[in-house]
Write a protein that binds this ligand. Structure first.
Ligand SMILES: NC(=O)C1=CN([C@@H]2O[C@H](COP(=O)(O)OP(=O)(O)OC[C@H]3O[C@@H](n4cnc5c(N)ncnc54)[C@H](O)[C@@H]3O)[C@@H](O)[C@H]2O)C=CC1
Ligand SMILES: Nc1nc(O)c(N)c(N[C@@H]2O[C@H](COP(=O)(O)O)[C@@H](O)[C@H]2O)n1
Length: 251
């Protein structure tokens, strides 16, 4: 796979919004919430449809962000829709450990999944798949995952079949992963942006693409469980034709 060139000015712009390179031991991983959105707050044209929003410059930024996190997290909806690679394609950069939230065990991957192809090629890492306690794990699939260096992690779920975000972060911490970049999709982002879960978010980096996807898309709009969720300490960085918004959630 061809690698992306890293513009020398890029790291300095984003370092203040990324996990600190050295910090005292923390009780939970540093969490960066990052995604690309349209002007009408859509992540994709429709559920299950892979949709390119980022231009080349902001896509490179996303790969730089991947290199600066120990792990990258998506929901199973994104795994099924996008068959993503979840690696870092900047030459010489480390790739994060992919984590897929799959409480009901819906991800029927084979070894042709892009993330596993990349792991085999030494260009990425195999995923840790977080499944609910009631899931009957397919032993063939477990073997495929473990052969590539991945694994299933069994977690407790709430009455709606969801993981509590504090439990997800505790499990990530137990794996020795000190930071996580949450990339999507809609359900994952909306569940993390609502109060009180949004207290777990350390940094927000959003690529805004100059496009309206129209109705029917997967929309970022969290349930209103408290005050409106506002960012503070905001910076806007134009990258190509996109603009990248960085900030912290106002407490
Ligand atoms: N533009 C962008 O940056 C991105 C776009 N996408 C797009 O988003 C779409 C997928 O979004 P969704 O359908 O909303 O799927 P999703 O990726 O948010 O996955 C939803 C599933 O994840 C699991 N999940 C979510 N939150 C959970 C929690 N707290 N505990 C346990 N399990 C949880 C559940 O099984 C749920 O059904 C795709 O079309 C994809 O292309 C995805 C990532 C980034
Ligand atoms: N930053 C960004 N811009 C877009 O336009 C996107 N569609 C996404 N999607 C996310 O990236 C994953 C694909 O990753 P690979 O290129 O296959 O490694 C996709 O699954 C979404 O999480 N991101």
């Amino acid at each position: 796979m061809s690698s992306l060139p890293l513009p020398p000015s890029l790291p300095a712009l984003f370092t203040p919004h990324l996990p600190p390179s050295s910090s005292p031991p923390s009780s939970r991983p540093f969490l960066t919430l990052t995604f690309a959105t349209s002007l009408d707050s859509s992540l994709s044209l429709a559920p299950g449809v892979r949709t390119t929003l980022s231009g080349p410059a902001s896509k490179t930024m996303t790969h730089y962000l991947r290199s600066q996190h120990a792990s990258i997290l998506i929901g199973v909806g994104t795994a099924l829709a996008d068959d993503p690679g979840l690696n870092c394609r900047i030459a010489g950069c480390a790739s994060p450990r992919p984590i897929v939230l799959d409480p009901r065990g819906r991800w029927g991957f084979t070894e042709d999944a892009k993330v596993l192809q990349l792991a085999r090629a030494g260009e990425g890492k195999a995923p840790f798949v977080f499944v609910g306690g009631g899931v009957e794990i397919d032993e063939g699939r477990r073997a495929v995952l473990e052969r590539h260096g991945g694994k299933y992690v069994v977690m407790g779920t709430d009455e709606r079949g969801r993981f509590a975000w504090v439990d997800v972060l505790a499990a990530i911490q137990r794996e020795g992963l000190g930071s996580v970049m949450v990339e999507g999709g809609g359900e994952v982002i909306n569940s993390l942006l609502r109060a009180p879960e949004n207290e777990l978010v350390d940094s927000v980096i959003v690529t805004i693409a100059p496009t309206w996807l129209g109705q029917g898309g997967v929309v970022v709009s969290p349930e209103r469980t408290g005050e409106p969720v506002r960012l503070t300490g905001v910076e806007w960085h134009p990258l190509g034709e996109d603009i990248v918004l960085c900030g912290k959630i106002l407490r």
